[in-house]
Design a protein. Structure first.
Lengths: 267, 291
Protein backbone atom coordinates (compact mmCIF):
# COMPACT_ATOMS: atom_id res chain seq x y z
CA UNK A 1 0.00 0.00 0.00
CA UNK A 2 1.43 3.34 -0.97
CA UNK A 3 0.31 6.85 -0.10
CA UNK A 4 0.84 9.80 -2.40
CA UNK A 5 2.63 12.64 -0.66
CA UNK A 6 0.97 16.04 -0.66
CA UNK A 7 4.06 18.04 0.27
CA UNK A 8 7.37 17.36 -1.43
CA UNK A 9 10.22 19.30 -2.99
CA UNK A 10 10.95 19.53 -6.72
CA UNK A 11 14.25 17.70 -6.21
CA UNK A 12 12.29 14.79 -4.73
CA UNK A 13 9.87 14.74 -7.66
CA UNK A 14 12.90 14.58 -10.01
CA UNK A 15 14.51 11.81 -7.95
CA UNK A 16 11.36 9.69 -8.14
CA UNK A 17 10.94 10.37 -11.87
CA UNK A 18 14.61 9.46 -12.32
CA UNK A 19 14.19 6.23 -10.37
CA UNK A 20 11.45 5.20 -12.79
CA UNK A 21 14.05 5.21 -15.58
CA UNK A 22 15.91 2.31 -13.94
CA UNK A 23 12.84 0.20 -13.10
CA UNK A 24 12.89 -2.09 -16.14
CA UNK A 25 16.66 -2.30 -16.66
CA UNK A 26 17.19 -5.71 -15.08
CA UNK A 27 20.64 -6.58 -13.73
CA UNK A 28 22.83 -3.65 -14.82
CA UNK A 29 25.21 -1.25 -13.12
CA UNK A 30 23.22 1.88 -12.25
CA UNK A 31 25.43 4.96 -12.17
CA UNK A 32 24.04 8.33 -11.15
CA UNK A 33 26.52 11.17 -11.45
CA UNK A 34 25.50 14.01 -9.15
CA UNK A 35 23.20 14.09 -6.12
CA UNK A 36 19.78 13.81 -7.84
CA UNK A 37 20.81 11.04 -10.32
CA UNK A 38 22.63 9.08 -7.60
CA UNK A 39 19.60 9.25 -5.33
CA UNK A 40 17.37 8.26 -8.27
CA UNK A 41 19.44 5.15 -9.01
CA UNK A 42 19.65 4.31 -5.30
CA UNK A 43 15.88 4.71 -4.84
CA UNK A 44 15.27 2.40 -7.82
CA UNK A 45 17.58 -0.23 -6.31
CA UNK A 46 15.70 0.06 -2.99
CA UNK A 47 12.26 -0.21 -4.60
CA UNK A 48 11.38 -1.00 -8.21
CA UNK A 49 14.52 -2.87 -9.27
CA UNK A 50 16.48 -4.64 -6.51
CA UNK A 51 18.51 -6.44 -9.21
CA UNK A 52 20.40 -3.23 -10.02
CA UNK A 53 24.10 -3.10 -9.23
CA UNK A 54 25.85 -0.08 -7.73
CA UNK A 55 29.26 1.13 -6.64
CA UNK A 56 30.33 3.21 -3.66
CA UNK A 57 31.52 5.83 -6.21
CA UNK A 58 35.07 4.86 -5.32
CA UNK A 59 36.32 1.28 -5.73
CA UNK A 60 33.74 -1.27 -4.57
CA UNK A 61 30.43 -2.75 -5.68
CA UNK A 62 27.84 -2.59 -2.91
CA UNK A 63 24.80 -4.84 -2.51
CA UNK A 64 22.85 -1.96 -0.92
CA UNK A 65 23.32 1.69 -1.91
CA UNK A 66 25.30 3.83 0.52
CA UNK A 67 23.68 6.89 2.00
CA UNK A 68 25.07 9.93 0.19
CA UNK A 69 25.25 12.06 3.33
CA UNK A 70 25.66 11.54 7.04
CA UNK A 71 28.19 8.72 6.71
CA UNK A 72 31.24 8.79 8.93
CA UNK A 73 34.73 7.55 8.26
CA UNK A 74 34.87 3.88 9.14
CA UNK A 75 31.15 3.28 8.64
CA UNK A 76 30.76 -0.09 6.99
CA UNK A 77 29.21 -0.74 3.62
CA UNK A 78 27.76 -3.84 1.97
CA UNK A 79 30.67 -4.63 -0.34
CA UNK A 80 30.22 -7.44 -2.84
CA UNK A 81 33.22 -7.03 -5.15
CA UNK A 82 36.16 -4.83 -6.02
CA UNK A 83 35.30 -2.35 -8.78
CA UNK A 84 38.27 -0.06 -9.38
CA UNK A 85 38.24 2.44 -12.22
CA UNK A 86 39.94 0.16 -14.76
CA UNK A 87 37.29 -2.51 -14.16
CA UNK A 88 34.52 0.03 -14.72
CA UNK A 89 35.57 0.07 -18.38
CA UNK A 90 35.21 -3.70 -18.61
CA UNK A 91 31.62 -3.25 -17.47
CA UNK A 92 31.00 -0.19 -19.71
CA UNK A 93 32.22 -1.84 -22.88
CA UNK A 94 30.19 -4.97 -22.09
CA UNK A 95 27.11 -2.75 -22.09
CA UNK A 96 25.45 -3.81 -18.81
CA UNK A 97 25.16 -0.31 -17.42
CA UNK A 98 22.71 2.60 -17.34
CA UNK A 99 24.21 5.98 -16.48
CA UNK A 100 22.28 9.12 -15.58
CA UNK A 101 24.44 12.19 -16.09
CA UNK A 102 24.10 15.97 -16.15
CA UNK A 103 25.53 17.44 -19.36
CA UNK A 104 26.12 21.18 -19.75
CA UNK A 105 24.65 21.10 -23.27
CA UNK A 106 22.15 18.75 -24.98
CA UNK A 107 21.21 19.20 -28.64
CA UNK A 108 18.30 18.08 -30.87
CA UNK A 109 20.13 14.83 -31.67
CA UNK A 110 20.65 13.85 -28.03
CA UNK A 111 24.34 14.65 -28.35
CA UNK A 112 25.82 16.20 -25.21
CA UNK A 113 28.74 18.36 -24.06
CA UNK A 114 30.75 18.56 -20.84
CA UNK A 115 34.08 19.44 -22.46
CA UNK A 116 34.26 23.11 -23.40
CA UNK A 117 32.18 26.08 -24.63
CA UNK A 118 32.84 28.26 -27.65
CA UNK A 119 36.12 29.05 -29.34
CA UNK A 120 38.18 26.36 -31.02
CA UNK A 121 39.73 23.00 -30.20
CA UNK A 122 43.03 24.71 -29.42
CA UNK A 123 41.50 27.68 -27.66
CA UNK A 124 38.06 27.16 -26.14
CA UNK A 125 36.29 30.18 -24.72
CA UNK A 126 35.45 28.23 -21.57
CA UNK A 127 37.29 25.04 -20.66
CA UNK A 128 35.07 22.65 -18.71
CA UNK A 129 35.82 19.05 -17.72
CA UNK A 130 36.93 17.40 -20.96
CA UNK A 131 34.99 14.60 -22.66
CA UNK A 132 35.63 12.25 -19.68
CA UNK A 133 33.92 8.87 -20.32
CA UNK A 134 31.02 10.26 -22.37
CA UNK A 135 32.14 8.92 -25.80
CA UNK A 136 32.54 5.36 -24.49
CA UNK A 137 29.42 5.45 -22.34
CA UNK A 138 27.25 6.70 -25.19
CA UNK A 139 28.22 4.03 -27.70
CA UNK A 140 28.32 1.19 -25.16
CA UNK A 141 25.25 1.41 -22.93
CA UNK A 142 22.07 3.28 -22.04
CA UNK A 143 22.32 6.91 -20.91
CA UNK A 144 19.75 9.22 -19.36
CA UNK A 145 20.14 12.90 -18.58
CA UNK A 146 19.27 15.09 -15.61
CA UNK A 147 19.07 18.86 -16.08
CA UNK A 148 18.62 21.02 -12.97
CA UNK A 149 17.75 24.22 -14.91
CA UNK A 150 15.84 23.63 -18.14
CA UNK A 151 16.88 26.46 -20.48
CA UNK A 152 18.06 27.24 -23.98
CA UNK A 153 21.59 27.40 -22.57
CA UNK A 154 21.40 23.67 -21.92
CA UNK A 155 19.01 22.60 -24.70
CA UNK A 156 20.96 24.34 -27.45
CA UNK A 157 19.98 25.02 -31.03
CA UNK A 158 22.13 23.45 -33.74
CA UNK A 159 24.78 21.10 -32.35
CA UNK A 160 26.65 21.09 -29.04
CA UNK A 161 29.87 23.13 -29.02
CA UNK A 162 31.84 19.92 -28.44
CA UNK A 163 29.99 16.69 -29.24
CA UNK A 164 31.10 14.39 -26.39
CA UNK A 165 28.52 11.64 -26.85
CA UNK A 166 26.95 9.96 -29.86
CA UNK A 167 23.30 10.74 -30.54
CA UNK A 168 20.65 10.25 -33.20
CA UNK A 169 22.49 12.29 -35.84
CA UNK A 170 22.44 10.82 -39.34
CA UNK A 171 25.45 12.96 -40.36
CA UNK A 172 27.67 11.47 -37.67
CA UNK A 173 26.35 7.90 -37.69
CA UNK A 174 29.36 5.56 -38.01
CA UNK A 175 29.58 3.07 -40.87
CA UNK A 176 27.68 -0.10 -40.06
CA UNK A 177 25.61 1.52 -37.31
CA UNK A 178 21.90 2.26 -37.04
CA UNK A 179 20.00 4.36 -34.51
CA UNK A 180 19.02 1.08 -32.84
CA UNK A 181 22.64 0.82 -31.64
CA UNK A 182 22.23 4.01 -29.60
CA UNK A 183 20.27 3.89 -26.33
CA UNK A 184 19.21 7.24 -24.94
CA UNK A 185 16.79 6.98 -22.01
CA UNK A 186 14.89 9.79 -20.37
CA UNK A 187 15.64 13.44 -19.76
CA UNK A 188 14.55 14.65 -16.32
CA UNK A 189 14.53 18.43 -15.87
CA UNK A 190 13.15 20.90 -13.36
CA UNK A 191 10.20 21.39 -15.72
CA UNK A 192 9.34 18.00 -17.15
CA UNK A 193 10.20 14.44 -18.16
CA UNK A 194 11.09 13.70 -21.79
CA UNK A 195 12.47 10.85 -23.88
CA UNK A 196 13.89 10.45 -27.41
CA UNK A 197 11.00 8.47 -28.89
CA UNK A 198 9.36 11.18 -30.95
CA UNK A 199 9.35 10.84 -34.78
CA UNK A 200 12.92 10.04 -35.94
CA UNK A 201 14.07 10.00 -32.32
CA UNK A 202 13.00 13.58 -31.74
CA UNK A 203 12.96 14.70 -28.11
CA UNK A 204 9.42 14.04 -26.84
CA UNK A 205 7.62 15.59 -23.89
CA UNK A 206 6.23 12.85 -21.63
CA UNK A 207 5.02 14.61 -18.51
CA UNK A 208 4.97 18.09 -16.99
CA UNK A 209 5.78 18.74 -13.36
CA UNK A 210 2.75 20.17 -11.49
CA UNK A 211 2.30 23.86 -12.34
CA UNK A 212 4.40 23.80 -15.53
CA UNK A 213 2.86 24.37 -18.96
CA UNK A 214 3.75 23.00 -22.37
CA UNK A 215 4.59 26.57 -23.36
CA UNK A 216 7.11 26.83 -20.47
CA UNK A 217 8.96 23.83 -21.91
CA UNK A 218 8.83 25.11 -25.50
CA UNK A 219 10.06 28.57 -24.41
CA UNK A 220 13.07 27.07 -22.66
CA UNK A 221 14.16 24.57 -25.29
CA UNK A 222 16.38 25.67 -28.18
CA UNK A 223 14.97 23.20 -30.69
CA UNK A 224 11.68 21.64 -31.69
CA UNK A 225 10.06 19.07 -29.42
CA UNK A 226 7.57 16.34 -30.09
CA UNK A 227 4.45 17.04 -28.02
CA UNK A 228 1.52 14.67 -27.91
CA UNK A 229 -2.07 15.82 -27.41
CA UNK A 230 -2.26 14.27 -23.96
CA UNK A 231 0.78 15.16 -21.91
CA UNK A 232 0.47 13.79 -18.39
CA UNK A 233 1.48 15.25 -15.04
CA UNK A 234 4.63 13.79 -13.47
CA UNK A 235 3.65 11.32 -10.78
CA UNK A 236 4.03 12.74 -7.29
CA UNK A 237 6.32 10.86 -4.86
CA UNK A 238 4.77 8.50 -2.35
CA UNK A 239 5.36 8.91 1.36
CA UNK A 240 7.24 5.59 1.25
CA UNK A 241 9.58 6.93 -1.46
CA UNK A 242 10.20 10.13 0.50
CA UNK A 243 11.12 8.09 3.58
CA UNK A 244 13.64 6.06 1.60
CA UNK A 245 15.12 9.20 0.06
CA UNK A 246 15.45 10.69 3.55
CA UNK A 247 17.26 7.57 4.75
CA UNK A 248 19.67 7.83 1.78
CA UNK A 249 20.28 11.55 2.35
CA UNK A 250 19.70 12.39 6.02
CA UNK A 251 21.68 15.64 5.76
CA UNK A 252 19.52 16.93 2.90
CA UNK A 253 22.14 17.48 0.20
CA UNK A 254 19.29 17.09 -2.29
CA UNK A 255 17.78 20.37 -1.12
CA UNK A 256 20.87 22.27 -2.33
CA UNK A 257 20.74 21.04 -5.93
CA UNK A 258 18.06 23.33 -7.37
CA UNK A 259 17.97 27.12 -7.13
CA UNK A 260 15.85 28.12 -4.10
CA UNK A 261 14.80 24.49 -3.49
CA UNK A 262 11.31 24.85 -5.03
CA UNK A 263 8.23 22.91 -3.95
CA UNK A 264 7.38 19.99 -6.21
CA UNK A 265 3.89 21.30 -6.90
CA UNK A 266 4.15 24.82 -8.29
CA UNK A 267 0.43 25.34 -8.95
CA UNK B 1 70.09 -4.25 -7.33
CA UNK B 2 69.42 -0.87 -5.77
CA UNK B 3 67.14 1.57 -7.64
CA UNK B 4 66.84 4.14 -4.84
CA UNK B 5 67.83 7.71 -5.73
CA UNK B 6 66.86 11.24 -4.71
CA UNK B 7 63.97 13.07 -6.39
CA UNK B 8 66.43 15.42 -8.06
CA UNK B 9 68.50 12.57 -9.49
CA UNK B 10 65.34 10.81 -10.64
CA UNK B 11 64.07 13.85 -12.51
CA UNK B 12 67.52 14.30 -14.09
CA UNK B 13 66.67 11.27 -16.24
CA UNK B 14 63.99 13.31 -18.04
CA UNK B 15 64.90 15.42 -21.10
CA UNK B 16 63.19 18.32 -22.85
CA UNK B 17 60.44 17.22 -25.23
CA UNK B 18 59.82 13.83 -23.64
CA UNK B 19 56.39 12.24 -23.23
CA UNK B 20 55.63 11.78 -19.53
CA UNK B 21 52.83 9.64 -18.09
CA UNK B 22 51.55 10.48 -14.61
CA UNK B 23 49.70 7.91 -12.48
CA UNK B 24 46.88 8.55 -10.02
CA UNK B 25 43.46 10.01 -10.83
CA UNK B 26 42.33 13.66 -10.39
CA UNK B 27 43.16 14.55 -6.75
CA UNK B 28 44.16 10.98 -5.86
CA UNK B 29 47.63 9.48 -5.34
CA UNK B 30 49.57 11.76 -7.67
CA UNK B 31 53.39 11.78 -7.48
CA UNK B 32 53.30 15.45 -6.50
CA UNK B 33 56.79 15.64 -4.96
CA UNK B 34 58.19 14.51 -8.33
CA UNK B 35 55.98 17.08 -10.08
CA UNK B 36 57.37 19.79 -7.80
CA UNK B 37 60.90 18.63 -8.65
CA UNK B 38 60.11 19.02 -12.37
CA UNK B 39 58.79 22.52 -11.68
CA UNK B 40 62.12 23.37 -9.96
CA UNK B 41 64.07 22.03 -12.97
CA UNK B 42 64.84 23.60 -16.35
CA UNK B 43 62.75 21.00 -18.21
CA UNK B 44 60.42 22.20 -20.98
CA UNK B 45 58.26 21.13 -23.91
CA UNK B 46 56.92 18.03 -22.18
CA UNK B 47 53.96 16.03 -23.48
CA UNK B 48 51.86 14.93 -20.50
CA UNK B 49 49.55 11.88 -20.48
CA UNK B 50 47.34 11.71 -17.39
CA UNK B 51 43.99 11.32 -15.69
CA UNK B 52 44.72 14.87 -14.73
CA UNK B 53 44.46 16.97 -11.61
CA UNK B 54 46.75 19.56 -10.04
CA UNK B 55 49.72 17.67 -11.51
CA UNK B 56 48.70 18.80 -14.99
CA UNK B 57 47.55 22.24 -13.84
CA UNK B 58 50.82 23.02 -12.05
CA UNK B 59 53.02 21.80 -14.92
CA UNK B 60 51.02 23.93 -17.37
CA UNK B 61 51.20 26.96 -15.10
CA UNK B 62 54.96 26.51 -14.69
CA UNK B 63 55.45 26.53 -18.47
CA UNK B 64 56.72 22.94 -18.68
CA UNK B 65 54.11 21.64 -21.10
CA UNK B 66 53.87 21.54 -24.87
CA UNK B 67 50.93 19.13 -25.13
CA UNK B 68 48.46 17.36 -22.87
CA UNK B 69 46.80 14.05 -23.76
CA UNK B 70 43.75 13.85 -21.50
CA UNK B 71 40.12 12.90 -20.96
CA UNK B 72 39.65 15.31 -18.06
CA UNK B 73 41.63 17.56 -15.75
CA UNK B 74 39.76 18.01 -12.48
CA UNK B 75 40.21 18.35 -8.73
CA UNK B 76 36.87 16.51 -8.26
CA UNK B 77 35.42 18.54 -5.37
CA UNK B 78 36.61 21.60 -7.33
CA UNK B 79 35.40 20.39 -10.75
CA UNK B 80 37.57 22.60 -12.96
CA UNK B 81 41.36 22.68 -12.56
CA UNK B 82 42.09 26.42 -12.49
CA UNK B 83 45.50 26.52 -14.17
CA UNK B 84 44.66 23.93 -16.83
CA UNK B 85 41.65 26.07 -17.60
CA UNK B 86 43.85 29.15 -18.00
CA UNK B 87 46.31 27.28 -20.21
CA UNK B 88 43.49 26.07 -22.46
CA UNK B 89 41.69 29.39 -22.69
CA UNK B 90 44.97 31.17 -23.46
CA UNK B 91 45.86 28.52 -26.10
CA UNK B 92 49.17 27.91 -24.32
CA UNK B 93 49.20 24.17 -25.06
CA UNK B 94 48.49 21.61 -27.76
CA UNK B 95 46.05 18.86 -26.82
CA UNK B 96 44.78 15.44 -27.73
CA UNK B 97 41.40 15.11 -26.01
CA UNK B 98 40.21 11.50 -25.76
CA UNK B 99 37.82 9.34 -23.73
CA UNK B 100 39.00 7.98 -20.35
CA UNK B 101 38.82 4.44 -21.69
CA UNK B 102 40.68 5.33 -24.89
CA UNK B 103 43.54 6.58 -22.74
CA UNK B 104 43.60 3.18 -21.00
CA UNK B 105 43.63 1.41 -24.38
CA UNK B 106 46.48 3.61 -25.58
CA UNK B 107 48.54 2.68 -22.53
CA UNK B 108 47.74 -1.01 -23.02
CA UNK B 109 48.76 -0.88 -26.68
CA UNK B 110 52.07 0.70 -25.68
CA UNK B 111 52.56 -1.88 -22.91
CA UNK B 112 51.84 -4.75 -25.30
CA UNK B 113 54.04 -3.39 -28.11
CA UNK B 114 51.17 -3.17 -30.60
CA UNK B 115 50.49 -0.06 -32.72
CA UNK B 116 46.80 0.39 -31.85
CA UNK B 117 43.73 -1.21 -30.30
CA UNK B 118 40.41 -1.08 -32.18
CA UNK B 119 37.46 0.34 -30.28
CA UNK B 120 34.03 1.80 -30.90
CA UNK B 121 34.76 4.51 -28.34
CA UNK B 122 34.88 7.94 -29.93
CA UNK B 123 32.70 7.10 -32.94
CA UNK B 124 30.00 9.69 -33.63
CA UNK B 125 31.70 12.34 -31.46
CA UNK B 126 34.06 15.28 -31.87
CA UNK B 127 36.90 13.18 -30.42
CA UNK B 128 37.55 11.65 -33.84
CA UNK B 129 36.94 14.94 -35.65
CA UNK B 130 39.28 17.01 -33.49
CA UNK B 131 42.17 14.71 -32.65
CA UNK B 132 44.03 14.69 -35.94
CA UNK B 133 46.25 11.80 -34.83
CA UNK B 134 43.31 9.39 -34.44
CA UNK B 135 42.50 7.10 -37.37
CA UNK B 136 39.15 5.43 -38.08
CA UNK B 137 39.62 2.14 -39.94
CA UNK B 138 37.67 -0.68 -41.56
CA UNK B 139 37.62 -4.08 -39.91
CA UNK B 140 38.76 -7.28 -41.65
CA UNK B 141 36.04 -9.13 -39.74
CA UNK B 142 32.85 -7.04 -39.99
CA UNK B 143 31.27 -4.15 -41.91
CA UNK B 144 31.66 -1.56 -39.19
CA UNK B 145 34.27 1.15 -38.81
CA UNK B 146 36.46 1.29 -35.71
CA UNK B 147 38.63 3.86 -33.99
CA UNK B 148 42.27 2.74 -34.05
CA UNK B 149 43.43 4.00 -30.66
CA UNK B 150 47.20 4.43 -31.08
CA UNK B 151 49.73 3.22 -28.55
CA UNK B 152 50.58 6.02 -26.11
CA UNK B 153 54.28 5.29 -25.79
CA UNK B 154 55.73 7.02 -22.78
CA UNK B 155 59.36 7.95 -22.30
CA UNK B 156 58.91 8.19 -18.55
CA UNK B 157 56.09 7.41 -16.12
CA UNK B 158 55.80 8.94 -12.67
CA UNK B 159 53.75 7.09 -10.04
CA UNK B 160 53.38 7.31 -6.27
CA UNK B 161 52.99 4.10 -4.25
CA UNK B 162 52.55 3.20 -0.60
CA UNK B 163 55.83 1.32 -0.25
CA UNK B 164 58.58 -0.28 -2.26
CA UNK B 165 61.75 -2.22 -1.75
CA UNK B 166 65.03 -0.98 -3.19
CA UNK B 167 64.67 -3.35 -6.17
CA UNK B 168 61.42 -1.69 -7.25
CA UNK B 169 58.75 -4.04 -5.90
CA UNK B 170 55.91 -1.52 -5.45
CA UNK B 171 52.83 -1.94 -3.29
CA UNK B 172 49.56 0.01 -3.44
CA UNK B 173 47.26 -0.74 -0.50
CA UNK B 174 44.63 1.89 -1.29
CA UNK B 175 41.26 0.78 -2.62
CA UNK B 176 42.20 1.50 -6.24
CA UNK B 177 45.48 1.29 -8.15
CA UNK B 178 43.83 3.40 -10.91
CA UNK B 179 45.78 2.83 -14.15
CA UNK B 180 49.21 2.95 -12.51
CA UNK B 181 50.10 -0.58 -13.66
CA UNK B 182 49.48 0.45 -17.28
CA UNK B 183 51.44 3.69 -16.87
CA UNK B 184 54.35 1.63 -15.54
CA UNK B 185 54.17 -0.86 -18.42
CA UNK B 186 53.71 1.78 -21.14
CA UNK B 187 56.91 3.64 -20.20
CA UNK B 188 60.58 3.13 -21.02
CA UNK B 189 61.47 4.39 -17.55
CA UNK B 190 59.13 4.31 -14.56
CA UNK B 191 59.98 6.46 -11.55
CA UNK B 192 58.06 5.44 -8.43
CA UNK B 193 58.01 7.69 -5.40
CA UNK B 194 56.94 5.86 -2.23
CA UNK B 195 55.82 6.58 1.31
CA UNK B 196 58.43 4.18 2.70
CA UNK B 197 61.18 1.76 1.73
CA UNK B 198 60.77 -1.75 3.12
CA UNK B 199 62.93 -4.89 3.14
CA UNK B 200 62.11 -7.36 0.39
CA UNK B 201 60.86 -9.97 2.88
CA UNK B 202 58.06 -7.54 3.84
CA UNK B 203 56.15 -8.84 0.80
CA UNK B 204 56.35 -12.48 1.87
CA UNK B 205 54.03 -11.90 4.83
CA UNK B 206 50.26 -12.50 4.83
CA UNK B 207 48.62 -11.17 1.63
CA UNK B 208 51.13 -8.35 1.10
CA UNK B 209 52.21 -9.63 -2.32
CA UNK B 210 48.62 -9.43 -3.60
CA UNK B 211 48.89 -5.64 -3.50
CA UNK B 212 51.85 -5.62 -5.90
CA UNK B 213 50.41 -5.02 -9.37
CA UNK B 214 53.41 -5.00 -11.68
CA UNK B 215 56.78 -6.71 -11.78
CA UNK B 216 59.86 -4.92 -10.45
CA UNK B 217 61.32 -4.96 -13.99
CA UNK B 218 58.75 -2.23 -14.79
CA UNK B 219 60.07 0.04 -12.04
CA UNK B 220 63.42 1.61 -12.87
CA UNK B 221 63.81 4.24 -10.18
CA UNK B 222 62.60 4.35 -6.56
CA UNK B 223 62.37 7.63 -4.65
CA UNK B 224 61.40 7.50 -0.96
CA UNK B 225 59.30 10.58 -0.07
CA UNK B 226 56.86 10.24 2.84
CA UNK B 227 53.90 12.50 2.18
CA UNK B 228 54.98 12.75 -1.44
CA UNK B 229 51.43 12.69 -2.81
CA UNK B 230 50.41 15.86 -0.93
CA UNK B 231 48.14 17.76 -1.61
CA UNK B 232 46.54 14.71 -3.31
CA UNK B 233 45.48 11.67 -1.31
CA UNK B 234 47.33 8.44 -0.63
CA UNK B 235 44.56 6.23 0.77
CA UNK B 236 44.58 4.50 3.20
CA UNK B 237 47.45 6.57 4.64
CA UNK B 238 46.04 10.10 4.17
CA UNK B 239 43.32 12.01 2.35
CA UNK B 240 43.64 14.97 0.03
CA UNK B 241 44.18 18.42 1.50
CA UNK B 242 40.92 20.28 0.89
CA UNK B 243 42.14 23.54 2.41
CA UNK B 244 45.37 23.50 0.40
CA UNK B 245 43.46 22.84 -2.83
CA UNK B 246 41.13 25.74 -2.03
CA UNK B 247 44.13 28.03 -1.55
CA UNK B 248 45.70 26.71 -4.77
CA UNK B 249 42.44 27.25 -6.63
CA UNK B 250 42.07 30.77 -5.25
CA UNK B 251 45.66 31.61 -6.24
CA UNK B 252 44.66 31.28 -9.90
CA UNK B 253 42.18 34.12 -9.46
CA UNK B 254 44.47 36.28 -7.32
CA UNK B 255 48.22 36.47 -7.63
CA UNK B 256 48.74 33.51 -9.93
CA UNK B 257 51.01 30.53 -9.96
CA UNK B 258 54.24 32.48 -9.45
CA UNK B 259 52.93 33.49 -6.06
CA UNK B 260 51.83 29.94 -5.19
CA UNK B 261 55.17 28.60 -6.37
CA UNK B 262 57.09 31.18 -4.34
CA UNK B 263 55.20 30.07 -1.24
CA UNK B 264 55.56 26.34 -1.73
CA UNK B 265 57.85 25.19 -4.53
CA UNK B 266 60.40 27.61 -5.97
CA UNK B 267 63.67 27.59 -4.05
CA UNK B 268 62.39 25.07 -1.51
CA UNK B 269 63.25 21.41 -1.16
CA UNK B 270 60.61 18.84 -0.26
CA UNK B 271 61.17 19.06 3.50
CA UNK B 272 60.76 22.84 3.29
CA UNK B 273 57.60 22.29 1.25
CA UNK B 274 56.24 20.01 3.96
CA UNK B 275 57.07 22.57 6.65
CA UNK B 276 55.22 25.21 4.62
CA UNK B 277 52.07 23.07 4.54
CA UNK B 278 52.15 22.21 8.24
CA UNK B 279 54.62 19.33 8.43
CA UNK B 280 54.58 15.63 7.62
CA UNK B 281 52.45 14.78 10.67
CA UNK B 282 49.78 17.18 9.42
CA UNK B 283 49.89 15.56 5.96
CA UNK B 284 49.58 12.01 7.28
CA UNK B 285 46.71 13.11 9.56
CA UNK B 286 44.55 14.37 6.68
CA UNK B 287 41.23 12.50 6.83
CA UNK B 288 40.20 10.20 4.01
CA UNK B 289 37.31 11.44 1.84
CA UNK B 290 33.86 9.83 2.06
CA UNK B 291 32.17 9.42 -1.33
Amino acid sequence: MTTTATEYKLCELMICAGAEAFADNGEVLATGIGIIPRLAASLAMKTSNPDLMMTDSEAWMVSQPNAISGRKLGDGQNQESWMGFSRIFDNVWGGKRHAMVGPSQIDQFGQTNISALGGTYRQPKVQMLGVRGFPGNSISHKNSFCVPAHSKRTFVSGECDVVCSIGYNRKRLPKGYSFEDIALGVVITDLCVMDWRGPNHQLRLLSLHPGISVQDVIDNTGFELSISDSVSTTTAPTKEQLAIIESLDPKGLRYKQLLNNPAGDRR
Amino acid sequence: MDKVVSAKDAIAQISDGMTIGIGGWGPRRKPMALIREIIRSDLKDLTIVAYGGADVGMLCAAGKVKKVIFAFVSLDFIPLEPYFRQARQNADIDIMEIDEGMLLLGLRAAAWNIPFIPTSVGLGTDVIRNASDLAVIDSPYDDKEWVAMPALKLDVSLVHVDRADKRGVCQIKGPDLYMDDWFARAAEITIASCEEIVDSDYFSGADEARFVYWERSETNVVVPISGGAHPTSCAPLYGFDVEHFKEYNASAKEDGFDDYSASYIDGKDESEYQQAVGGLDAITSLPLPIY
